[in-house]
Design a protein around this ligand. Structure first.
Ligand code: APR
Ligand code: ZN
Ligand code: ZN
Length: 341
């Protein structure tokens, strides 16, 4: 099969012909039909987060069709459409049993430690494949598994309450879905912050109340101004930069909650005294749980979550490096770029 393979840090992926692995008794062979390119892939390709072993096939936001099933598989059949979960939990340890499988003691990551979805086929344990209704396209299914479910987990971590004001920093493939998710969680006011006017207007169309271009305006001042000088109830950071993490912390009211989601490339200096004396709750959110993927699928299926504008670019697998460059340089306002093997 054709696959895009990582060999070396900061080098393009290589399109190669490699054999696919036959599925074991508990596994599936999935014909990948769409795979999203995520900023986490860039972090790994740049050496910020390590791959398990190399060479490896990256790609962790995939959807496709079950092509072959292992002898013990009963819940899925050949021809079923599936979303692949990159959070590969064991299902048996205490965190898994308690529903926090993103904190599994034996956690492995598809596309980082196991060969992923930038390929024609992926072989995965069937418990990491979730049935996708045929009414949802493969490209939307692909991004559900990371870009869309990550903000849902973050909102669950923050415990966003109906009627709240919410500030979202970063409207990329992940953060843009936090706008609709805030509405679903009942937010009354949503502040959307980015440096791209195109992403800000998309956020507005999804229900952002106020948009702020961080390269032209003072985000904290504007959020304070529109909240009677107090700040937002909740803030989320979906970029991973110290500057926007600090802005998020400073944009909430006393007693407000800040949730950091973007993977940091550098350490953050935190003014703990400011946090403590203002009783600001600082939280972190890591990936998602299986139940949250089911919830997202239902929201899309019932039309409460609109993913029709989420995929901005569709490229053949052979052009995956072109997609990676678009995302890295943030040119042409990419929302999610999907490759089709
Ligand atoms: N201020 C505001 N917005 C910014 C700034 C800034 N200083 N710098 C970058 N941005 C915006 C970009 O314009 C872009 O819209 O942040 C967004 C980042 O989006 P993507 O590159 O699409 O990244 P995404 O895939 O959404 O991932 C975001 O979440 O899961 C993690 O690893 C992932 O750390 C990454 C983060
Ligand atoms: Zn991702
Ligand atoms: Zn586990």
């Amino acid at each position: 099969m054709k696959a895009a393979r990582f060999h070396e840090v900061k080098k393009p992926l290589r399109i190669e012909d490699v054999p696919f692995r036959e599925p074991g008794p508990e596994e599936l062979l999935v014909r990948i039909r769409a795979s999203g390119i995520c900023h986490s892939d860039l972090h790994a390709m740049d050496g910020v987060i390590p791959y398990g072993s190399t060479p490896i096939t990256p790609g962790h936001e995939g959807a496709g069709v079950v092509e072959k099933i292992g002898a013990n598989i009963q819940d899925l059949k050949v021809g079923d459409h599936v979303v692949l979960r990159f959070v590969m939990s064991c299902g048996a340890c205490a965190p898994c049993v308690q529903g926090t499988d993103n904190l599994c003691k034996k956690l492995r990551f598809l596309g980082f430690e196991e060969n992923g979805t930038f390929a024609e086929y992926a072989t995965v344990p069937s418990r990491h494949a979730i049935q996708l209704p045929n009414s949802i396209s493969f490209e939307q299914g692909a991004i559900i598994g990371c870009a869309v479910v990550t903000p849902m987990h973050a909102m669950n971590i923050a415990r966003v309450r109906p009627g709240s004001s919410v500030a979202i920093f970063g409207l990329g493939g992940v953060g843009i879905h936090a706008i609709q998710m805030s509405k679903i969680f009942g937010a009354a006011e949503i502040f959307a912050v980015d440096i791209s006017d195109a992403k800000l207007s998309l956020a507005k169309s999804f229900g952002a109340t106020y948009t702020i271009n961080g390269s032209k305006e003072e985000a904290i001042d504007k959020i304070k101004r529109f909240t009677d000088g107090t700040g937002a109830d909740f803030a989320f950071e979906f970029i991973g930069l110290p500057i926007t993490q600090t802005q998020a912390i400073n944009s909430v009211k006393r007693g407000g909650t800040v949730t950091l989601v973007g993977i940091p490339r550098q350490p953050l200096n935190i003014d703990l005294k400011y946090l403590l004396t203002n009783e600001i709750q600082l939280r972190t959110s890591f990936d998602h749980t299986r139940a949250e993927v089911d919830d997202v699928i239902s929201l899309v299926e019932t039309g409460r979550l609109d993913l029709s504008k989420s995929v901005s670019h569709k490229l053949p697998l052979e052009k995956v490096n072109e997609g990676i460059d678009i995302l890295r340089n943030n040119t042409g306002d990419p929302i999610r770029i999907v490759v089709v093997p």
